[in-house]
Design a binder for this molecule. Structure first.
Ligand SMILES: Nc1ncnc2c1ncn2[C@@H]1O[C@H](COP(=O)(O)OP(=O)(O)O)[C@@H](O)[C@H]1O
Ligand SMILES: [Mg+2]
Length: 279
């Protein structure tokens, strides 16, 4: 099921179609394209993400990494292509139809999201921030929610301080709270959009450790967008690179590095000349 060969350009042979059900890979993209007007952001992206893997997607700014994540959860619809999440084509679901909407919400509940700024609710305590998705999406009693909030905070290394407000916390602690909220609904996949941006190297390494710990203990599949090559080397088992709308590299970390792919090389060596064009 795992795609082991390296894709050298975005229009390579597509991965096999995901089969519905539990045997399906976490995510399969087949020839996904997305334009805004005449701006072609994604141009035929195909990839397969194994369950239980940690994929780091690299790429220059403005290259469509966040657009790709939004397509995964059905917040954006690609112009062409299929977006299979556990075998279900998210791109084919129509949110205006009740039955599809139900399916879409069920799929979204399998995702946790961790964004750049943490995006905590400033007027809610730490406790209420983590409880929020459970109150919104589940019928759990307050007693059950309490147990889970404490468990999640414990997992991210926060004990006590549940009644504090985000403004009273350090940047690193806010990030931990955001992480606890991202795993509140016990998701199968956690999407992280530039989780370490704005963090100092030590804090960023702590976050990486947290990702690896959650991966080990909860078996979560991570899809991480990052600019940080050190982070990619540290946490990824799979590395992808988007450039100029194409998936220019995708595969197991060791192979991507061994192939010395020109775009990967340019990115890691911080060279201004190469296949990645500065626009
Ligand atoms: N909703 C939108 N409408 C128009 N253009 C958009 C929209 N979302 C993203 N874009 C454009 O798509 C390109 C890729 O954006 P994005 O995925 O956010 O880049 P990044 O790789 O930095 O995450 C950018 O040029 C951005 O302006
Ligand atoms: Mg982005």
């Amino acid at each position: 099921m795992a795609k082991t060969e390296i894709q050298t350009h975005g229009l390579g042979s597509g991965p096999g179609a995901g089969t519905a059900g539990d045997a399906a890979p976490a995510v399969v993209l087949e020839n996904v394209s997305k334009s805004f007007g005449d701006h072609h952001v994604l141009r035929g992206v195909s990839l397969t993400i194994r369950r239980g893997s940690i994929t780091v997607m690299l790429g220059p700014s403005g290259t469509g990494k966040s657009v790709l994540l939004r397509c995964l959860v059905g917040l954006l619809k690609p112009d062409t292509g299929r977006v299979l999440v556990f075998g279900e084509d998210v791109a084919a679901l129509d949110e205006t139809k009740a039955k599809d909407r139900e399916k879409l919400f069920a799929i979204r509940r399998r995702f946790g999201m961790l964004f750049q700024d943490g995006a905590l609710f400033d007027d809610m305590t730490v406790y209420d921030n983590v409880a929020f998705p459970m109150r919104l999406h589940t019928d759990l009693s307050e007693a059950e929610i309490r147990e889970r909030v404490i468990d999640k905070l414990h997992r991210v290394g926060l004990k006590g301080g549940e009644q504090k407000f985000p403004a009273e916390l350090s940047g690193g602690m806010r990030k931990r709270v955001a992480f606890a909220r991202a795993i509140a609904l016990e998701p199968d996949i956690v999407l992280c959009d530039e989780p370490s941006s704005g963090l100092d190297p030590v804090m960023s390494a702590t976050l990486d450790e947290l990702i690896m710990e959650m991966h080990r203990s909860l078996g979560i599949t991570f899809i991480i967008i990052s600019h940080d090559t050190a982070e990619a080397k540290m946490v990824a088992d799979t590395i992808g690179m988007l450039a100029n709308g194409h998936l220019v590299a995708f595969g197991p970390k060791e192979e991507v590095f061994r192939e010395d792919h020109p775009a990967i090389h340019q990115f890691f060596a911080r060279e201004t000349q190469g296949p990645i064009k500065v626009v």
